[in-house]
Design a protein around this ligand. Structure first.
Ligand code: 5BU
Length: 479
């Protein structure tokens, strides 16, 4: 894991050193003065960087799980990048002309393709997303489908949301915030430049106020709704309680305490409790479980004012999950305010869990997307999960997800796979930063495990994550 992180750190520093990323005062075409400038054209002069770009982009493509037949680079900078990716990974490439030839075929797209082929668009930097859209439109005119695009660097100025609106999901290798935080951490950039650049980006977004965090389906009223407002307006009493806690404690942090020893669990809860809105457990990891643990857990939840989320991920037929939820050794429904379920068995799973949980005022989250590499949740699957959730709002209170799925404010979005140091683990976990989770992916609650529990000072780490998550939330309000 550390290797991967260092790899990305080194890559960002390399881009800085070869002046593909520059800080200063730059006059843009629009007449605006920018404190940051990206000139990724220079990478063609550095074959080692070219190779690394192609490899990192390919890794991100694989992680995204998107399916396509061919690859097309946005002219001109992304053309050599697309070429390297195609050659290294044995994929056919298409070339988009900027202008049609006035002789011969007059085609705008060169290469072999059939109607209905799916093509992945590759770009070096995305700002508003317009150049990706133009290339996609040229392809679409030739009856080639474009559903996904990959960019090396997302300037986070609204391109991702704009492309989503156009039906194109954008994946990025790095973001501008990541560039800033990495260069700052490695003492390559002063805080004053970081602050100035962050402010510039915030002031020069292409998507207007309050759009950034939410996917296309949200209305502007919903986009700016604060925790306080949601604590009044949401229908489910449990969701209202959760938002009340979030507003009162100024936190959108859930800590996932995945340990095997009861005493360790309770000690960690005591440390993180004052700073979180939720504590997430995997109770079946405990080697010394007794009901004393869940009794204590409930006392700590009262003392520190948080809710308990047992991450049980029920996934069987209704009859089985109902019994598992109510009974067995753990009697989850009796102490966990929230649990979750995979929708794979169909609506029966929700009805059965609701029969047990609803009379107790409990709520359930549907696992709509996962953070792990190569997971099998397709876009169609996720869409069906949204339908299932929306049809069962008396018990389903939201999603475990990696993107904003639903316009409905009653359905809370919780995102795991969050760590200040991005990267992943050796078993496929993939992390995004708290800012990315909240701002880019629209998370209402960030779920952090080892970023806190494996830190040398978990209490201090909790404060850091609380601050990062909450600041990101405030930024989404102030847009
Ligand atoms: P980590 O230590 O931050 O990687 O822990 C993440 C927790 O969230 C862990 O308990 C997982 O079981 C849980 N999780 C996840 O990481 N990704 C998912 O997609 C889902 C749950 Br669903």
């Amino acid at each position: 894991m550390a290797g991967k992180e260092n790899n990305l750190d080194n890559f960002i520093v390399k881009l800085f050193e070869i002046e593909a990323i520059k800080f200063g005062t730059f006059l843009l075409k629009s007449g605006i003065e920018s404190p940051v400038y990206f000139d990724l054209r220079v990478i063609v002069s550095f074959p080692d960087v070219m190779k690394q770009v192609a490899e990192l982009m390919w890794e991100a493509i694989k992680r995204s799980g998107c399916q396509f037949k061919s690859i097309c680079g946005v002219p001109y900078t992304a053309l050599p990048i697309a070429t390297c990716i195609c050659v290294q990974n044995n994929y056919p490439m298409l070339i988009r002309r900027k202008e049609a030839k006035d002789y011969g075929t007059r085609r705008m797209i060169e290469g072999r393709f059939d109607d209905g082929d799916v093509c992945l668009v590759v770009e070096d930097v995305v700002t508003s997303g317009s150049s990706v859209r133009e290339t996609a439109e040229s392809l679409q005119k030739e009856k080639i489908k474009v559903t996904d695009a990959i960019v090396l660097l997302d300037r986070e100025q609204g391109g991702k949301v704009a492309l989503e609106r156009a039906g194109i999901k954008l994946y990025s290798v790095i973001t501008l915030s990541q560039v800033l935080s990495t260069l700052h951490r490695l003492n390559r950039l002063d805080s004053s430049i970081v602050d100035k650049t962050t402010q510039f980006i915030q002031d020069n977004r292409f998507d207007g106020p309050a759009v950034i965090k939410k996917a296309n389906s949200m209305s502007s009223a919903e986009q700016v709704m604060s925790h306080k407002e949601r604590s009044v307006k949401c229908c489910h009493p449990l969701v209202r309680s959760l938002y009340t806690i979030m507003a009162d404690k100024e936190t959108n942090l859930c800590v996932s305490i995945d340990c095997t020893c009861s005493q360790e669990l309770l000690q960690m809860v005591e440390k993180v409790g004052p700073h979180v809105c939720l504590v997430k457990t995997h109770i079946d990891m405990l080697e010394d479980f007794s009901t004393e643990v869940t009794d204590q857990l409930q006392r700590l939840a009262d003392k520190h004012n948080f809710l308990i989320f047992e991450d049980r991920k029920f996934a069987d037929i209704g009859k089985t999950v109902g019994t598992q939820y109510q009974g067995g050794m753990y009697k989850i429904a009796s102490w966990a305010h929230i649990t979750n379920a995979h929708p794979i068995p169909g609506p029966g799973i929700v009805s059965a869990l609701a029969d047990v949980g609803k009379p107790l005022g409990r709520g359930c989250l549907m696992v709509a997307e996962m953070s792990s590499a190569g997971n099998l949740a397709t876009r169609e699957y996720t869409k069906d999960v949204v339908k299932m959730a929306e049809a069962n709002k008396d018990f389903v209170i939201g999603y475990i997800c990696q993107s904003r799925l639903s316009a409905d404010i009653d359905l809370i979005h919780m995102t795991p796979g969050v760590k200040i140091q991005m990267g992943g683990d050796s078993l496929g976990q993939q992390y995004v930063t708290p800012e990315m989770a909240v701002i880019e992916r629209g998370a209402d609650v960030i779920i952090v495990g080892r970023g806190i529990t494996a830190a040398s000072n978990p209490a201090e780490a909790t404060r850091q994550y609380k601050q990062a998550g909450y600041q990101a939330y405030l930024r989404t309000l102030n847009r």
